[in-house]
Ligand binder design. Structure first.
Ligand SMILES: Nc1ncnc2c1ncn2[C@@H]1O[C@H](COP(=O)(O)OP(=O)(O)OP(=O)(O)O)[C@@H](O)[C@H]1O
Ligand SMILES: C[C@H](O)[C@H](O)[C@@H](O)C(=O)CO
Length: 497
């Protein structure tokens, strides 16, 4: 008998509700609701509009339940890092601040005066990339912000949405590791970190694990919106952890790595334990939880965000119809790039009104030829990103002590076939690309586990493999990429000086 499950996958620029039909072997998905949203700049801060997100959650629920009243459960995954607070009455204190807000980045040095970066890494095992939650929490502390004066419970974005739905305030573990407030060996909050930054542990809640049932839609919400109660499961609420859970792994025994390719390129490998070492720290990698007590050793690389920002700008010049295809074709036509950027340079991670100009200015400052046309700029970006991936894949090989045999690329970025082929060529590794919807697949696997339809992540990934459209890219000629890589490495080392 076919069973239906409701998935909410909210990304940083759009969200969707999907109903997955599971026939015991395979899954098909029906997108029942889609919406756009985005960060909002006001009073020198960039916020998320959490009530807009909640109203879209309700729209997704209504659309899905009217078509599929029999869904077994629902589960929500969103981007990581960000959180809001509820006060002592259980009311929302304010809109959550986004991980791209400048303040949390600017204040990281002050945090490190209290809790040195290396110590933070060793206590949490996480990447000390400034997008992580602790930097925002510290920024609130520094400002003596209302969030901390009135806030009684800190809830990550999916935790907050779950709380609005069910009335239960808890923190799901994979996303909790995106705060750097957890000790990933003990799988619990790390009081040493909280004490050092002067935050009361009481703001943190019971930790729940992917696959746990946390309740059902509360009566007041059902009455208000004319829907019926549905069990609420926590998946890996951090979308990347869900994406990794959903990878259609073709050979678990091979040394494989992954890139979750979207606005971020989250590159890494699955390991049994968090890895804390000099090499991991110095390479800006870190650990985050994925389901079943497993770990991902990852690096958060600013990726298609840069070209998305460029497209926003180009659309204002060339018209709103400018497609990804046209940008990719323009980059193909101009031929090999004469210039490169370091996509990890913080200026590329911030919202920019004119990203093409920021790229040109960076090239000028580094004494490189300035890319002029849309094609030149896109080519410079796509090649730089490809080389950055090669660089980090080599670091992963050094860290793990094994050559990589296979790379899985998942997420919206797999629609860029040229980029997938370039990554295969530049690293000389076969790439399995797809599906675009791995986060939803990973979300579903945890609902299937909660419903005892599958026993393990491994079994879930076999379902993902049977149900997904994947493309294989064999590595081609590496000569061009070897010479480009030499130039790129020179650029990276000149930056360090
Ligand atoms: N047809 C296409 N050709 C080339 N690139 C594409 C195509 N479609 C999407 N992309 C690239 O993939 C990126 C991400 O796509 P999309 O927004 O569908 O994914 P997503 O999973 O929602 O990403 P995120 O969750 O990180 O926001 C786009 O910014 C774009 O660079
Ligand atoms: C940086 C975060 O992990 C973010 O949630 C990431 O998962 C993402 O943007 C994927 O779309």
């Amino acid at each position: 008998m076919e069973k239906n499950y409701l998935i909410f996958d909210f990304g940083a620029s759009n969200g969707r509700a999907m109903v997955a039909h599971f026939d015991g072997k395979r899954v098909t998905m029906d997108v029942t609701h889609r919406f756009e949203h985005g960060p909002i700049y006001v009073t020198d801060t960039i916020y998320w509009d959490i009530l807009h997100l909640f109203s879209e959650l309700i729209n997704g629920l209504k659309a899905s339940l009217s078509k599929y009243p029999d869904v077994q459960s629902l589960a929500i995954s969103t981007w990581g890092c960000d959180f809001g607070f509820i006060d002592e009455r259980g009311k929302l204190v304010s809109n959550p601040v986004t991980y791209r807000d400048k303040n949390r980045h600017d204040r990281s040095k002050l945090l490190y005066d209290i809790l040195p970066q290396r110590e933070l890494f060793e206590l949490s095992a996480g990447s000390t990339n400034e997008i992580m939650g602790i930097f925002q929490l510290f920024s609130f502390k520094y400002e003596n912000a209302l969030e901390l004066r009135s806030g009684r419970k800190m809830l990550m974005i999916p935790d907050l949405l779950n709380y609005f739905l069910t009335g239960r305030a808890c923190n799901e573990y994979t996303n909790a590791t995106m705060t750097l407030l957890c000790n990933q060996y003990k799988r619990n909050w790390e009081e040493k970190i909280l004490n050092r930054i002067g935050i009361s542990p009481s703001i943190l809640n019971e930790i729940v694990m992917p696959g746990d049932r946390i309740g059902e839609i509360q009566t007041s919400i059902c009455d208000q919106f004319g829907i019926h109660p549905v069990p609420v499961i926590v998946p890996a609420t951090h979308d990347t952890a869900s994406a990794v859970a959903g990878i259609p792994v073709i050979d678990e025994g091979k040394h494989w790595a992954f890139i979750s390719l979207g606005t971020w390129g989250i590159m890494g490998m699955q390991t049994d334990q968090p890895i804390i070492s000099d090499q991991v720290f110095l390479s800006d990698f870190g650990n985050n939880a994925i389901p079943e007590g497993k770990n991902m050793l990852v690096k958060y690389i600013t990726s298609l965000w840069i070209i998305q920002q460029c497209r926003n700008r180009w659309r204002s010049e060339f018209g709103n119809n400018l497609s990804w295809d046209e940008i990719v074709q323009a980059s193909v036509q101009v031929g090999p790039s004469k210039t490169f950027i370091d996509v990890d340079n913080p200026i590329f991670g911030l919202p920019q009104a004119d990203m093409p100009k920021v790229i040109q200015e960076d090239c000028r400052q580094r004494g490189q030829k300035i890319p002029n046309s849309m094609g030149d700029i896109a080519r410079c970006f796509y090649e730089s990103l490809t080389l950055k991936f090669r660089y980090n894949l080599e670091l992963l090989e050094e860290m793990s002590g094994h050559p990589l045999k296979l790379l899985h690329i998942v997420g919206g970025g797999v629609q860029n076939k040229m980029l997938c082929q370039w990554i295969a060529d530049a690293k000389g590794i076969p790439v399995i690309a797809g599906p675009t919807e791995t986060t939803s697949m990973g979300n579903l696997i945890m609902q299937l586990k909660a419903d005892r339809e599958v026993e393990s992540l491994k079994e879930g990934r076999e379902i993902s493999l049977r149900s997904s459209k994947i493309d294989q890219y064999e590595p081609g000629d590496k000569k061009y990429w070897d010479s480009a890589y030499e130039k790129y490495i020179r650029l990276l080392s000149s930056q360090e000086k």
